[in-house]
Design a protein around this ligand. Structure first.
Ligand SMILES: Cc1ncc(COP(=O)(O)O)c(C=O)c1O
Length: 302
């Protein structure tokens, strides 16, 4: 069960292994409404796993602790595994999550269930994109658990062994030794306090703040704009729409002004008017260009 909008590759992955899936757009089901919506899927007893990213790609919303609690408690009740994709680990810049071992801690469903697998990419938080290294954190309870249908597929009925030696080993070709040392080195300096990994990626939030304003000053709306009742954070992505355009039309029209984005349709969103903008390749030196282009767009369309 994908809590959408989400990273489109995850659905390709389900498709290539032949795993059927359900999904829903969480836009109308934040806060108190989440429980009933999730339960409407889980009550059928055929959902093995729930997957979402937090902070979210493409919309940059972050689930509140109350929402994570709901997800965790339902995962325990219905015995399914939450795959929590923390690709943007610590990157909700509204709070300072950079000091290891000290509150505030990065929010996680792991506080509310033992049925979790945390997926921590090194590409964004640790700026190791392209190196193809990440981490998974599995609760001891889940790791030690047994499943009577695991052995025929993965050669072991123990979940942890099936995960590592059955699934991971078959699906990846592993990670180079030098790269493992690189990530270990990063983790060491983060944990001894000599490297503040959040400081090095905060730039994305600063960019988003300015870029969002450039868009909204020129007639655009932010589509996913709230975390329950709190304003959304500034981060790696944001979502936009323009009155009178579908998302697909807007992608094309913006290209004529030298601006690229992706339609939210590919992400499982029901907000078909929306696009995802990514700040990663737009340095501050490009802001004057962006402003000129958006002003031209506005002039031609309002
Ligand atoms: C939510 C999410 N998960 C996973 C990834 C992929 O991370 P990696 O570079 O480790 O494959 C991304 C990258 O875009 C992402 O946005």
């Amino acid at each position: 069960l994908f809590i959408d909008p989400g990273f489109p590759v995850n659905k390709h992955q389900a498709n290539v292994i032949g795993a059927p899936y359900e999904h829903f757009d969480v836009y109308d089901y934040r806060g108190d409404k989440l429980k009933a919506k999730l339960e409407s899927y889980l009550c059928h007893g055929d959902i093995a796993s729930i997957l979402y990213s937090n902070p979210n790609n493409p919309a940059w919303f972050c689930f509140t602790d109350q929402e994570l609690q709901v997800i965790g408690e339902l995962a325990t009740k219905y015995d399914c595994v939450v795959m929590e994709d923390l690709a943007y680990f610590g990157m909700d810049f509204r709070k300072n999550y950079s000091v290891p071992g000290q509150a505030p801690f990065i929010p996680s469903v792991a506080n509310y269930t033992d049925n979790y697998i945390l997926l921590i990419s090194s590409s964004k938080s640790f700026s190791l994109a392209g190196q193809r290294i990440g981490m998974t954190g599995i609760s001891n309870r889940l790791f030690q658990s047994k499943g009577d249908n695991l052995e025929p597929w993965f050669g072991s009925d123990k979940f942890g062994y099936a995960y590592i030696f059955g699934a991971m080993y078959a699906l990846t070709s592993g990670v180079s030794h030098s790269n493992q040392w690189g990530l270990a080195g990063l983790l060491k300096v983060v944990n001894n306090g000599s490297y503040n990994f959040v400081d090095h990626v905060k730039e994305y939030g600063d960019r988003a703040k300015v870029m969002k304003k450039l868009f909204t000053d020129n007639g655009f709306n932010i589509v996913y704009d709230m975390d329950d009742n709190q304003k959304i954070a500034d981060g790696f992505y944001f979502t936009i729409s323009y009155p009178g355009f579908s998302g697909v039309e807007l992608v094309e029209e913006l290209l004529y002004y030298g601006i690229s984005a992706i339609s939210l349709i590919t992400t499982g969103s029901e907000r078909h008017e929306g696009l995802r903008a990514c700040v990663s390749l737009t340095g501050q030196e490009r802001f004057p260009d962006l402003e000129t282009r958006l002003k031209a767009f506005y002039k031609d369309h309002h």
